[in-house]
Ligand binder design. Sequence first.
Ligand SMILES: Cc1cc2nc3c(=O)[nH]c(=O)nc-3n(C[C@H](O)[C@H](O)[C@H](O)COP(=O)(O)OP(=O)(O)OC[C@H]3O[C@@H](n4cnc5c(N)ncnc54)[C@H](O)[C@@H]3O)c2cc1C
Length: 557
Amino acid sequence: MSVTHRLTAPAPGWTATADVVVVGSGVAGLTVALNVRKAGLRAMVVTKAMLDEGSTRWAQGGIAAALGEGDTPEQHLDDTLVAGAGLCDEEAVRTLVTEGPDAVRRLIATGALFDRGEDGEILLTREGGHHRRRIAHAGGDATGAEISRALVSAVRDDPGIELIEHALVLDLLTDAEGHAAGLTLHVMGEGQRDGVGAVRARAVVLATGGMGQVFSATTNPAVSTGDGVALALRAGAAVTDLEFVQFHPTVLWLGPDAEGQQPLVSEAVRGEGAHLVDADGVRFMVGQHELAELAPRDIVAKAITRRMQEQGAEHMFLDGRHFGAEMWERRFPTILASCRAHGIDPVTAPIPVAPAAHYASGGVRTDRLGRTSVPGLYACGEVACTGVHGANRLASNSLLEGLVFAERIAADLAERHRAGELPERTVDVAAARAARPVPLPPSEARAEIQRLMSRGAGVLRSAASMADTAAGLALLAEQAHAHMAEEKPADPRVETWEAANLLLVATALVAAAGQREETRGCHWREDFPERDDAHWRRHLITTLTASGDPVSTPEEQ
Ligand SMILES: Cc1cc2nc3c(=O)[nH]c(=O)nc-3n(C[C@H](O)[C@H](O)[C@H](O)COP(=O)(O)OP(=O)(O)OC[C@H]3O[C@@H](n4cnc5c(N)ncnc54)[C@H](O)[C@@H]3O)c2cc1C
């Protein structure tokens, strides 16, 4: 298999080498880099912006693991399977929950400081879908920032890890056998490594995070444009479960026209006892689910959306006034500050909240060693679909997934290296040139893609709403093709490469969501309101056709 399509870009003007090149510097990428180093491999981390600019540093609630007294991996497994609505890969979940507790202890050994009680034990909170307190947190509600700080500091201290910031990875390079052999990238730098270049490597690890930016309102930072999924599709890899986008139920509502990254009000606020109330002050989650406000996220997001429709309201409220000022300041300093910065004081007023795109449960399909369907190409963290989340991610399982599967990739690479199965690779230059160039939409296409996706493929979907979205996306693609044919293409630059990636992942997401004619997990079809196990208890695998269109095929049952 070789790369069938590539982003339109100038030919590489410089080359660098590494044993393993890791794309992305969140919890997943940095954990791979630190661990392959221990095996004596030279690692290079390339990242689109600054090292800490992915989702990791925004994570608030914490990291889930069976660390508390009386808790067991088996109970964590049960909660994860329930949230996943029949589509989790049970073996992958078992791997996550059994290796999770030690992976968290190793993270602590790397330097991450978690909140502890007076007895020195790690404090654990609860989040939606968990039947126990099992979420470890740091800095109250600044868990991701602390994890990021610890990992960034560890990679900076390791002279065997080369770090390249402001480097947008474009496409995979392969050798004549179709094995990953490196990648092309664009560096916004000075000196030798400026502009488009190539990194040659024995293996490539994608850790590019999520794709929340395909929607107008998201909790994800600006870098979360689905680049890893788009690259994998162009490289001929299989991606799966793209239709399962988790919408976080409680995102601070900043007005009907708010766009881009929105402040999150963590589920841990509900875990500590805040109530969801409607415009009349009624607690509408009570009686809807045994866990009320702490029901799995999809259930809460749907209940909020339904109540908003019934009341013609643009948001609901989260009421945590009974916490008092001292608890807000100690336990949720980040959320308190971000609400106050927007003129809302949670100590004295309920917080306006509405659902927004939060987490991609699907992604590049991998096995339990992080291997994709392209040899030598690995994926971990949010960009990957290891099978642990199924149709809906259980809260705080994603940082854990990033850690556990990054460690497993590093272990596999170390094993292959020891066995002499990780030789240097020679890039098949002719194959790279033969890949079809993907035309670039203009940078303004980003806002149009987000608008189309939010309108037709958001929390609530139907065949009609998605047909409109698909038609709008197809028009953008046609325009980009027409401009290329007329020799008036958009300039190749970060904004247009990101727009091309967003367009591809949005098109793939809508193709899968349109095909899944049922409601399951975080995929909610107005026109197919029931779960349909007979037809749909299976995954949709998406690949690119020869003409570059994403096509989704149901997996054999
Ligand atoms: C507001 C918020 C709160 C959250 N809270 C929690 C929580 O409490 N618990 C939990 O478990 N999860 C939480 N999550 C989810 C979790 O933070 C993410 O799933 C996880 O951090 C993803 O880690 P990652 O390493 O896969 O990706 P990220 O941390 O997103 O890192 C991706 C990296 O890839 C880089 N990159 C992307 N594209 C390219 C490219 N083309 N070239 C080069 N580099 C590229 C980015 O710049 C970035 O460095 C939260 C997410 C958000 C947004």
